[in-house]
Design a protein around this ligand. Structure first.
Ligand code: PLP
Length: 349
């Protein structure tokens, strides 16, 4: 079966071989304080910086999931209040988790079909953290690097955190315009679920240390202390780190992948009729998650016919659960698999 689900999705074609290599190398039996682990961790972080063009003075942490990153940020990086800019279910969930912990958030919701003008986005003075969902997986929308850079420029004192879970390693992200940027690995990295990476600017590190929150195993201060030596506060998912390392080593530079993904998304958006696309505004459409809408029974039939032919589409999410499906446009998908999906869709639709 080929999975076009937007996460977990089809894994990288060589994952099986890399898993075997991990077992044979002996790394899975190594202690996470060992030199062998530290070397693997260091090398993986260097590869992330190289392949994704992350500034060299940024820090990278391993966490268990994007959800954990939401929690770490809420615990360790907010002095007073956070502002949340979103138009879908993941951005809303991030806001809710944060509100549960801090009791204080500013919500800035916007329509899936119109990105607000940055000059109209007024972050309240007492907000010291801005949370933005760059790629909203639930409805297939995205915000551009330019937009994020402009928000940052207008709020130079504040820390900007970006949820790039379903875009990092798929499209080029300007990390220098963010203080925190995180993603779990089961989306564009093409890895099995169970790990995320969190990228932090020197300014974010400085702020975490100044706040000094130290109540949790995943308090950012503790993570920083351990990461000085490329380690983690708890025994990490060493297999995942190993697989990430190998996938990164075989990966093209992100600028190249970005071109491929954008070319493919352009093809997808012209493949469907305008009326069948959930997102009408072309500027809002995601390059990595394509959302298609229709009558409930038609959507159900498309999904079940494709499943019989060995292809899994993503269900709709939240309010669009029944009248949309989603197609992941991730780097692990091969051209011939996309071609096969198109041929089948042409017959069904
Ligand atoms: C998938 C996803 C998450 C949740 O990821 P987990 O690894 O399950 O925590 C968060 N945000 C976005 C935008 C996502 O697509």
């Amino acid at each position: 079966m080929i999975s076009f689900y937007p996460g977990p999705s089809k894994v990288h074609k060589d994952i099986g071989a890399y898993m075997q290599e991990a077992v044979q190398s002996g790394i899975l039996s190594q202690n996470h304080r060992s030199e062998a682990f530290k070397e693997l961790s260091f090398d993986t972080i260097e590869l992330l910086k190289l392949k994704l063009e992350i500034p060299s003075d940024y820090w990278i942490f391993y966490t268990s999931s994007a959800t954990e990153c939401w929690e770490i940020i809420a615990q360790s990086l907010i002095r007073k209040k956070s502002a949340h800019l979103y138009n879908g279910a993941f951005g809303e969930k991030w806001m809710e988790y944060t509100a549960n912990l801090t009791g204080n958030t500013q919500k800035i919701e916007f329509d899936i079909n119109s990105i607000p003008e940055t000059k109209d986005i007024k972050i309240e003075d007492d907000c010291d953290l801005i949370c933005i969902t760059q790629n909203e997986t639930s409805n297939g929308t995205q915000l551009s690097n330019q937009f994020i850079k402009e928000i940052k420029r207008q709020n130079p004192e504040k820390i900007l955190a970006l949820d790039a879970t379903s875009s990092m390693a798929g499209v080029y992200l300007d990390f220098s315009a963010t203080d925190i940027c995180f993603a779990s690995v089961q989306k564009c990295f093409g890895l099995p679920a169970g790990m995320a990476i969190m990228v932090c600017s020197p300014k974010a590190i400085e702020k975490a240390l100044a706040i000094g929150e130290n109540k949790h195993y995943n308090s950012l201060c503790f993570m920083i202390e351990k990461m000085k030596d490329f380690q983690t506060t708890y025994t990490p998912n060493v297999l995942s780190i190993f697989l990430l390392n190998r996938v990164l080593a075989s990966m093209a530079n992100i600028r190249q992948t970005d071109q491929l993904i954008r070319a493919r998304s352009k093809d997808w958006y012209s493949f469907f009729r305008e009326d069948d696309l959930l997102i009408r505004d072309p500027a809002s459409r995601s390059d990595t998650v394509i959302a298609v809408k229709g009558e409930e029974d038609i959507i159900r039939k498309i999904k079940s016919d494709l499943l019989k032919a060995g292809i899994l589409l993503g269900n709709g999410y939240g309010q669009w659960a029944k009248n949309t499906f989603r197609i992941a446009n991730f780097p692990a998908h091969e051209a011939y698999e996309i071609e096969r999906l198109r041929e089948l869709l042409v017959k069904i639709i």
